[in-house]
Design a protein. Structure first.
Length: 406
């Protein structure tokens, strides 16, 4: 752009501009007699045109065209157009107005952040003072088979997060898209757009890992990526739909509603509402300890078997062996009881400041990836037990709600 030679215009919009002018065409000639319209330009919207384009071609040919109002002919999206040095009045497709009438601010290229869900392991929301307002993090590694079910609320409490709520939150974080470029993040511009003192900040951390994509030639390209963080500082509202955002020392617009899905999410509403979070096929060990000293240990081992024909293919079956205190135990019986445990949900929230009493029953679960998950039951009132999950006591459960042990 003239006056902004430090950058090349957005390639997509640039191609649209070039294509529209290199293939300049009309739908019809309305008249070849200039006396039919020259004294009535206002009636056609050509006295003060909706768009004027002055074009210089490489052969030194110059073209100056003006596009006016819609013609209203046959309900088509056609507009009036005249060209300097040509007596004719044309009807042109309305798309030409769209191709050429691009706002200057849209022409600056915008490099969108590449936020891969597969590498995401922490989301933090900071308030206007820079203090943590909400935070969620992944327990374990991004490559764990149970990674999607291993997210935890880290602030204002440490507690397992609901998998469905976290999937939605992570998807919203991964869908952050910058709008239009506004300016470089100079001290003056930061102050002008409320970014010298941001009202909030979103920080998304991606772990080191690999990503793959299919190339145009059909090959699968695997790329190793380093650990990185994406920081979005949010300033004033531009209008009801967009806000100003500082990203990598540049100011952009950003969709208000995309931000709200993150910044206005109450972390306490994302807490898991069920005590047992490890899926059945991800469990390797369960220990149940009672106040009277009884202790039952269930061990699960997995092995793959297949027929001669399936060897070297994915057509294999997984066989699970279950033991209770070292003795063989029917896996089908164990799985049925454990699946019922996974459907148990809390009865309600404990009062603020309630103090935990002595543990009566303690469950310890270990996943195949090595994660440890604990559930403790202690007396709340005559009908309910307080439930301590991974050290945090927030909810209560009707007594006996965990069901019979295997």
């Amino acid at each position: 752009m003239e006056g902004a030679e430090g950058w090349s215009i957005d390639p997509t919009l640039g191609e649209r501009l070039l294509d529209a002018l290199a293939n300049l065409s009309y739908e019809s000639i309305l008249t070849e007699n200039p006396e039919d319209y020259r004294t009535r330009l206002k009636e056609f919207g050509l006295e003060d045109p909706a768009l004027t384009a002055e074009v210089l071609f490489s052969d030194k040919t110059e073209v100056s065209l003006k596009i006016g109002d819609k013609t209203g002919i046959d309900d088509q999206e056609l507009r009036y157009m005249i060209i300097d040095g040509d007596d004719r009045l044309f009807a042109v497709a309305g798309s030409m107005m769209e191709d050429l009438g691009v706002e200057a601010e849209l022409l600056h290229p915008v490099e969108q952040p590449e936020i891969q869900l597969s590498r995401m392991d922490r989301i933090t929301i900071l308030d206007s003072s820079g203090s943590t307002k909400a935070e969620w993090s992944l327990q374990g590694n991004i490559t764990d088979a149970d990674a999607s079910a291993s997210w935890r609320v880290k602030y204002p409490v440490t507690y397992p997060a609901d998998q469905d709520r976290m999937n939605a939150l992570r998807k919203n974080a991964g869908n952050i898209r910058l709008g239009i470029y506004i300016s470089e993040g100079t001290e003056e511009m930061l102050a002008a757009y409320g970014l010298d003192k941001p009202r909030c900040e979103i920080v998304i951390h991606l772990a080191e890992g690999t990503t793959g994509s299919i190339m145009e030639d059909g090959t699968y390209d695997v790329r190793a990526r380093e650990e990185e963080s994406f920081r979005f500082q949010i300033g004033n509202a531009r209008n009801e739909m967009t806000d100003y955002c500082l990203y990598r020392e540049r100011i952009y617009t950003i969709n208000h509603f995309t931000l709200a899905a993150l910044t206005e999410t109450d972390p306490m509403e994302t807490l898991a509402r069920y005590p047992v979070s490890i899926e059945t096929d991800q469990l390797s060990r369960m220990v149940i300890e009672q106040e009277n000293g009884t202790r039952d240990v269930f061990e699960l081992t997995y092995s793959e078997v297949g027929t001669e024909e399936s060897r070297g293919t994915e057509n294999k079956n997984t066989v699970v062996r279950c033991t209770k205190n070292g003795e063989e135990y029917p896996y089908e019986v164990f799985a049925a009881v454990y699946e019922r445990m996974r459907t148990v949900s809390f009865s309600g929230r404990l009062p603020e400041g309630w103090k935990k009493k002595e543990t009566q029953t303690r469950y310890s679960f270990q996943s195949v990836s090595g994660k440890i998950h604990t559930v403790e039951l202690s007396e709340f009132d005559r009908l309910h037990d307080a439930v301590t999950v991974d050290g945090a006591t927030l909810f209560y459960l009707i007594r006996g709600g965990m069901g019979e042990s295997p």
